[in-house]
Design a binder for this molecule. Sequence first.
Ligand code: DGL
Length: 267
Amino acid sequence: MKKPIGIFDSGVGGLTVYKAIRAAFPEEDLIYFGDTARVPYGPKSPNTIIEYSIQNSRFLLQQGIKILVVACNTSSSVAIPHLQQLTDIPIIGVILPGAEMAAQQTVNQRIGVIGTEGTIRSEAYTSAIKQILPSAQVFSRACPLFVPLVEEGWLSGSTARDIVCEYLRFYQDLDIDTLVLGCTHYPLLKEMIQSVMGESVILVDSAEAITSYLRGLLPPEYDGARGSDRFYVSDNEEKFAALARRILGQELTSLQRVRLFESWFAQ
Ligand code: DGL
């Protein structure tokens, strides 16, 4: 029997990864979990992020997945070794594919990385990029207001532009030629980020980078049958469905709320 690929993120951002995987592998069954009850992960401590990531992964493993995609940079930056202890199936995070793509794209070896506080604090991108390209210079900047902007659906307009300009001013004199969008929410602000950075800066979207990793793990045959999609969230299905419609350009056919943790108050 065909087993699904499991994908999780703290919220809607991982839908950028889902979308890239769905486009590249139309035949695969996909299960997406968005931890909308506990988003954002970015400002939380590493131990909390690890704990949440373990709970999310356990839920997906119970669904009989064959590959786990950690579509959250914040989780990928601290939790992968802990998740590997839960299972023998392949686990793919977003950091390494993004770092490899940045190392391939840069010419002047000056690379910017933007992400959540958790991702930037972990320095996971800096060490991954430097391992691949030791002479690279990496300039990292946390952009904590980008996630709430995306979760609110404010992807354009003057407020979004002001916030994006304020954070990216950091790169004004740094002469980077490549910028890693080190958070799966950020590709939704891609147009705005590109217009602020200018066309000469290459934006690296790890959602795109991750599909080539998956290709190496999946057999190439395709029988023409379209794979199924199942979406789960831990809260606010309506809000998730509305944002998903905007991100994916279609209605979600199967969306359910699940509880991953025990409630302390009586039901
Ligand atoms: N989209 C996630 C990431 O890639 C996390 C955003 C958040 O929950 O703070 O880092």
